[in-house]
Design a protein around this ligand. Structure first.
Ligand code: SF4
Length: 136
């Protein structure tokens, strides 16, 4: 007999810091998690859909634990998840993560340099670790 209860999916919400390097790092990290590291356990919800009040995005966020990744102190993703009725299991701030990985110097906006990609990857690994804790 198989377990018929669907596994809870962890929602990953990066901020939409378009035009800012840290915003690009946050989105890149979110893609790393949802596409590469934990594709079965996670799903990406775009901040813009929550801002627009998209019903499906709101209900996904309201019914699953969320991990947010923000590019600056304004914490748009974290605030918007909470305003959408979601529970934030953990909120990441790119700047905080950068402080732990000073060797990576992120640059670039449309395209990140190698340091930016490495920082995004390190951040994604931390997010994946939280996903494992939330899902177990
Ligand atoms: S958290 Fe900061 S970088 Fe991200 S969308 Fe908001 S203002 Fe922009």
């Amino acid at each position: 007999m198989t377990d018929s209860i669907p596994k809870m999916s962890v929602v990953i919400v990066p901020c939409s810091g378009i035009g800012k390097t840290y915003g690009t790092v946050s989105r890149e990290a979110a893609y790393d998690v949802t596409d590469d590291l934990r594709p079965e356990e996670t799903q990406l919800v775009a901040l813009s859909m929550l801002v627009l009040g998209d019903e499906e995005a709101r209900s996904t966020v309201a019914s699953n634990p969320a991990i947010t990744i923000d590019g600056c102190k304004l914490a748009c993703a974290t605030k918007m998840v909470r305003e959408s009725g979601g529970a934030v299991a953990q909120d990441f701030a790119v700047l905080e993560v950068y402080r732990r990985y000073k060797q990576f110097k992120p640059q670039g906006i449309a395209e990140l340099n190698e340091g930016g990609l490495a920082l995004a990857r390190a951040l994604a690994e931390e997010v994946a670790g939280v996903v494992d804790g939330v899902g177990s």
